[in-house]
Design a protein around this ligand. Structure first.
Ligand SMILES: C[S@@+](CC[C@H](N)C(=O)[O-])C[C@H]1O[C@@H](n2cnc3c(N)ncnc32)[C@H](O)[C@@H]1O
Length: 335
């Protein structure tokens, strides 16, 4: 396989690199961008590879197939390309091999000496990235369009960002002028990271609350307290084990939306996003609609959430577009 790519050196990687460069995605100081997305841009070994650029540092993901050695082979191929591409300014690279089943190990260093601590990159806002000792670098690049939307629309809102991870959507809302942002995630360590991201963007601590806890505990609690938010963000993982039991997008979407609707204010914005290829659009739609109907609520659809152009997928395989969601505005009248 490497031989094949050796004969046509880096054609697919170079093509992907060039169009992003022409589109201005690599411009500016410390850019953060997906520079290659194998499912749409690669073939052979590269079909199962994604490459994220964080300034001069690279995070390479390989979804491993039947052969265990594929991850390292693909990593070496990408590193050789980045070395050959002067504008890549390659300083360090790590490789995360995702096995077909189970949890991946820690990232392997495949070039240079990545910094042990976090470093800053710029996208829609500034974010801290970590390459070592984590399973993910801290910024989901597929949510760039949503961050962009939040920066343009959040002025004066009170925002509840659930399943917040490192709080990039909170930062975007903060930069958009939100009056107050509550950031909630199960993991104490990512909530700390989210707080660091907030400070990095010079956002005032008076406009923020950071909570480590279970969404299924906090949503009922906010309801009991009579709290309402102008915007509620839901971005659950496919599966998680919380304090209140397990959650899965294939089973619990309606339950989650029923709870979230209780804390959404009049004309409130519900942002609902999932990243589960196994939940088709129609299923997702029917779960959200059914929750809205049960609460007697109607919505205006403002925007559909989909993968950005840096995550192209084969046209003939629409199911590969794993990211799906809506930005909805509550109508005041009940239906
Ligand atoms: C897909 S990530 C969210 C990404 C984030 N919205 C972003 O754009 O950066 C899912 C997050 O949900 C959190 N999580 C999972 N189950 C949870 C629960 N029951 N309550 C709160 N957070 C939960 C995980 O810790 C993880 O950080």
């Amino acid at each position: 396989m490497v031989k094949k790519h050796g004969m046509i050196p880096f054609t697919e990687l170079k093509r992907a690199w060039n169009w992003r460069q022409r589109a201005g995605l690599m411009a500016g100081k410390a850019p953060a961008v997906r520079v290659f997305y194998g499912p749409g841009e690669g073939s052979g070994l590269l079909e199962r590879v994604a490459v994220d650029r964080f300034d001069q540092h690279y995070w390479i993901t390989v979804w491993e197939g039947e052969h265990e050695h594929q991850g390292r082979e693909a990593g070496a191929l990408v590193v050789n390309f980045l070395k050959s591409e002067q504008s890549a300014a390659l300083d360090s690279a790590v490789l995360l091999v995702r096995p077909e089943k189970g949890v991946p190990g820690d990232p392997l260093v495949v070039h240079g000496a990545p910094s042990v601590g976090r470093f800053e990159v710029n996208e829609i806002g500034s974010y801290l990235i970590q390459l070592l000792g984590v399973k993910h670098p801290g910024l989901f690049l597929d949510h760039r369009p949503l961050r962009d939307w939040l920066v343009r629309h959040s002025s004066d809102w009170t925002v509840l960002n659930t399943f917040a991870y490192t709080g990039s959507l909170s930062v975007a809302a903060g930069l958009g002028g939100a009056a107050h942002v509550t950031t909630l995630d199960l993991s104490k360590s990512v909530v700390g990271w989210a707080e660091e991201n907030w400070k990095l963007n010079k956002l005032s601590s008076d406009r923020a609350r950071f909570l480590a806890g279970d969404v299924f505990e906090w949503l009922p609690r906010f309801k009991r307290e009579g709290r309402k938010f102008d915007c509620v963000i839901l971005d659950p993982p496919s599966f998680s084990r919380g304090v209140k039991g397990n959650f899965s997008t294939s089973k619990d979407l309606k339950k989650l939306h029923l709870m979230a609707l209780e804390v959404l204010g009049g004309e409130g914005i519900l942002i609902s996003s999932i990243n589960s290829a196994n939940v088709p659009w129609a299923r997702f739609e029917s779960e959200v609609l059914s929750a809205a109907r049960e609460r007697g609520l109607g919505f205006e659809l403002l925007q559909r959430i989909d993968l950005p152009d840096t995550f192209p997928t084969p046209f003939e395989k629409p199911d590969e577009r794993y990211l799906k969601g809506w930005i909805l505005r509550l109508r005041t009248q009940r239906i």
